[in-house]
Design a protein around this ligand. Structure first.
Ligand SMILES: Cc1cc2nc3c(=O)[nH]c(=O)nc-3n(C[C@H](O)[C@H](O)[C@H](O)COP(=O)(O)OP(=O)(O)OC[C@H]3O[C@@H](n4cnc5c(N)ncnc54)[C@H](O)[C@@H]3O)c2cc1C
Length: 274
């Protein structure tokens, strides 16, 4: 019996499949599987008119048109399956993206191989004054940072020893033994996400307002998306990631500015479509 394989493989995606790409000190992202790529976006858009691919240039134009005009469904037809290891505080931020599907390691069943995230001293920065959620970028004095890092390391080690003791020495139920584990503890999950919502995730989590640690994961994910759907990723950078949105008031101000421009400036504005 002939077996027909309908999964069209993408060379750049196949070359990274199942490899662990390191993130932070003990984390990683591994692309387990993917369904579709740029061609799937094109095909699922063209099915609306009963048409097929019209060549690379036309397909690129179509993908850019879809991205620019928020025709999102064709991008939802491309699916990614990842295996990710990250600290729990990153996982807490990650899981807010409700459109993904998650299967996480359970510390009720499993005696975790206790590993924690401990940043370099360069990451030890003061609180930003303007933004309540960000680090300022201003380093804490190196000698002080080294002392704080040692202190954090000691705390983390102590909690790990206690956790192992609860289970190994006292046969404490794992669901209880885990409750003192810090947010720095690494967890693992399988995460399935479609291309549209993955790009939305990247828009939010590559932004400088997102915490540095989740941004590090975002960068690796971005490279993986680029490997699976390069034209879609390029269109995302063009129309969403590096694009700017203007409010009505800002557009009004831009229009006022336009009125003060010379002919060459007006042409420039016109080309921008403002
Ligand atoms: C820099 C930053 C700081 C943040 N700070 C905080 C914080 O302090 N506290 C906090 O709680 N969260 C915080 N968040 C999380 C944020 O509020 C969002 O929950 C998160 O970014 C997920 O975004 P989303 O809802 O667009 O994505 P998704 O959940 O993936 O949703 C994608 C799209 O589907 C829609 N959608 C999904 N589920 C539903 C549903 N059930 N009903 C209707 N529409 C749905 C969404 O509206 C969205 O348009 C922060 C996020 C960022 C990036």
């Amino acid at each position: 019996m002939e077996i027909i394989v309908s999964h069209a493989s993408i060379a750049t995606a196949e070359s990274i499949l199942n490899q662990k790409f390191p993130v932070l000190d003990h984390g990683f992202i591994r692309l387990i599987d993917y369904m579709g790529g740029d061609q799937r976006v094109v095909d699922s858009a063209r099915i609306s008119y009963g048409e097929e691919s019209k060549g690379e240039e036309q397909d690129r134009k179509l993908i850019n048109y879809l991205m620019r005009n928020q025709h999102t469904s064709p991008f939802e037809n491309v699916v990614f399956q990842f295996h990710i290891k990250m600290p729990i505080f990153v996982a807490r931020q990650w899981v807010r993206h409700r459109t993904g599907r998650v299967s996480e390691i359970s510390a009720r069943y499993t005696h975790l191989n206790y590993e924690t995230y401990l940043p370099d001293t360069t990451r030890f920065q003061t609180q930003d004054v303007k933004s309540k959620q960000c680090s300022s970028g201003v380093p804490i004095d190196e000698a002080v940072a080294q002392g704080l890092r040692l202190e954090m390391e000691d705390f983390q080690r102590m909690l790990g020893v206690a956790y192992d003791n609860y289970i190994e020495k006292h046969d404490m139920a794992k669901e209880l033994a885990r409750i003192n584990l810090p947010l720095a503890t690494y967890t693992e999950w399988y995460w399935q996400m479609d291309l549209h919502n993955l790009l939305h995730f990247l828009k939010l989590r590559l932004d400088p307002h997102a915490q540095l640690e989740i941004r590090e994961y975002g960068k690796v994910l971005a490279d993986m998306v680029r490997a699976v759907a390069p034209i879609s990723y390029e269109a995302f950078e063009e129309h969403i990631l590096f694009a700017k949105k203007f409010s009505r008031t800002e557009v009004d101000k831009l229009k006022q500015l336009y009125n003060h421009l010379d002919a060459e400036g007006k042409q420039l504005f016109f080309n921008l479509g403002v």
